[in-house]
Design a protein around this ligand. Structure first.
Ligand code: GDP
Ligand code: MG
Length: 286
């Protein structure tokens, strides 16, 4: 480490040096009404060494400014590590590249574990301690908050066509890519740092839902231990989905592209990639 950056990192002390550091990466596009409550719910978990990292794409509704104000508030104690950081990007660049930017920053900042989640309460922060418990108690590389393992569920308000589309997208990508993961398009995951390093974020090309599919595919190809725990997936509380029909259609053909791109990647021996985590706590609700 060079001298200036060493000094920079020594300015801060971890509140609890014995605990792992956890970064929550949260991409936002027009989430002005969700973000303050979301940040509050995350910090209310009182997990030591948790850092929230928002990746905002110049949201027209001012989410970026709101994020800066929240960060100033949550970082008021200048003697400890910042609890919240914001990455501002120039314009809407897509979910996948937003995650890659956030994850790369979390790794550079020294996070041991990295959570990826939506800002709209579909992914309840209440599951984070459980996911962390599972990854600490097992040697899993990634824990997935899954809608499609026993005990997992979708919002009752989802109409049949949305349910069908989600179910079909999963079946389609599992079949084409020959995977065992149940929730291929899950956006709620807890990663061990070493897993993201092994994947090599610079290699990822997908952006919308196919970002989740490409990451899931690499998990199985690289022989990662994947544990899916059941979650209840609530419909977004406020605002509209940013992933529209063109993004969904794009994901369909990109599944083939993923298969083609990695055709020379040799399957590593699996470290038992299962959904056994479903039995860990099959009745949990957020
Ligand atoms: N930074 C950034 N965030 C995005 C973009 N598209 C979606 N998001 C965020 O990514 C998360 C998932 O998007 P969402 O609209 O909830 O998709 P859905 O849950 O599949 O309907 C939300 O927190 C969005 O605000 C994007 O292009 N850039
Ligand atoms: Mg969402």
């Amino acid at each position: 480490m060079d001298q200036p950056s060493m000094q920079a990192s020594m300015q801060y002390v971890n509140a609890s040096p014995d605990h792992p550091t956890l970064a929550v990466v949260m991409p936002t596009y027009n989430e002005a009404e969700n973000l303050p409550a979301m940040a509050e719910a995350i910090f209310a978990l009182k997990l030591p060494n948790l850092q929230l990292l928002v990746v905002d794409d110049a949201s027209p509704d001012g989410t970026g400014r709101i994020a800066d104000n929240l960060a100033a508030r949550y970082n008021a104690d200048a003697s400890t590590r910042p609890r919240m950081n914001v990455i501002h990007r120039q314009g809407k660049g897509g979910l996948g590249t937003a995650y890659i930017a956030g994850m790369a920053r979390a790794i550079a900042d020294g996070a041991d574990f990295i959570v990826q989640m939506d800002a709209d309460f579909s992914h309840s922060p209440a599951y984070i301690p459980q996911m962390l418990g599972v990854i600490l108690a097992t040697d899993a590389d990634v824990v997935i908050g899954s809608r499609y393992v026993p005990g997992g569920s979708l919002d009752e308000r989802w109409e049949w066509n949305r349910r069908f589309l989600s179910w079909w997208a999963n079946l389609y990508s599992r079949a084409i890519l020959g995977l065992r993961i149940r929730d291929m398009t899950a956006g709620f995951k807890l990663w061990r740092r070493s897993a993201l390093e092994a994947i090599g974020l610079d290699n990822i090309r997908s952006n919308g839902y196919s970002f989740q599919v490409e990451m899931a595919y690499l998990c199985e190809k690289l022989g990662f231990r994947v544990i899916e725990i059941p979650i209840h997936f609530e419909d977004r509380r406020i605002g509209q989905s940013k992933l529209d029909v063109p993004v969904k259609l794009e994901s369909a053909w990109r599944t083939w592209q993923i298969r083609w791109r990695y055709r020379h990647l040799r399957q590593r021996p699996a470290r038992s990639s299962t959904w056994q985590g479903a039995q860990v706590n099959a009745n949990s609700r957020g």
